[in-house]
Design a protein around this ligand. Sequence first.
Ligand code: KG4
Ligand code: ZN
Length: 344
Amino acid sequence: MNILGIESSCDETGVALVSCEADGCVPRLRAHALHSQIDMHQAYGGVVPELASRDHIRRVLPLARQVLGEAGASLEQVDMVAFTQGPGLAGALLVGAGVACALAAALGRPVVGVHHLEGHLLSPFLSADPPEFPFVALLVSGGHTQLMRVDDVGQYELLGETIDDAAGEAFDKSAKLMGLGYPGGPALARLAEFGDADTFELPRPLLHSGNLDFSFAGLKTAVRTQLLKLGTNVCEQDKAHLAASTQQAIVDVLVRKSVSALNETGLKRLVVAGGVGANARLREQLGAECAKRQVRVHYPELALCTDNGAMIALAAAMRWQRGLARARGDYAFNVLPRWPLNAA
Ligand code: KG4
Ligand code: ZN
């Protein structure tokens, strides 16, 4: 079974070809290609939805051709087309959905809508060290911060989530306040390497709340207040200290809550997925805490941490292997910009 996956939920167009057998072996990534729109949105300080949709239209078919070429496969060899059905930007999602359904209709093949976060949380199955079910998943992206108990594909129990900003948003908004551009997460992380995380005392919201929910909105307010105190001529060193302190505040909360989720569930595996999972400090601290508890941590390959088509094709493949792929025969499509994962 060859599955072509298309991701277009936000500011990255991703296409991939994954092959799988019905026997349940981990699917194999044949090829994947990605176009990031970061350069285009940078001038606006954030994603402009209309521009995102138009760019997806321009990129998706050339990327599909590239992927098939690299995999040495023809279009006729595609047995199923998968696309991100939600959550995400409605217009951007519609591009992927429209192209996927048109391709599938032309080929007479089934088409499957995939939940973006399911793609993220299954993405470590394409790594050299794939996890085994069950596990706790920490999903940390630009739009979501969630802890889930994952018993198998499609069996997701929400343990806790953010009540306001996502962890990625906290990185991005703080970075924007510091003038680091968009998306700020990686830029803030780079600057943090030159700073001392103990310099500024920043809040760790809900750290001791007794549940597994998160709140990051207060952090950017604290960063703004700190910047006002430092004045307009804030030096590069203070900025680096503030970046390090901000990163540490976010990482402390993510690590503490992940450990609590592991304790509560008694599970010994943690999967970290989503763009913020690329953060080196988070990886280092989670690694240390999990090692103390004999917990194994699994990450996607670095290239598959942020949005990509491989995770979408993979999720469709793993669903198909379990008879859970919701293939549609009529090629009519809709997208679900707001779609809770436990409803997927
Ligand atoms: O999963 P993703 O690519 O897209 C969404 O589905 O949202 O995540 C993007 C988020 C952005 O907020 C970005 O700033 C953040 O992941 N991010 C990072 C790093 N790399 C990406 N945040 C902190 N450190 C990083 N190294
Ligand atoms: Zn994502």
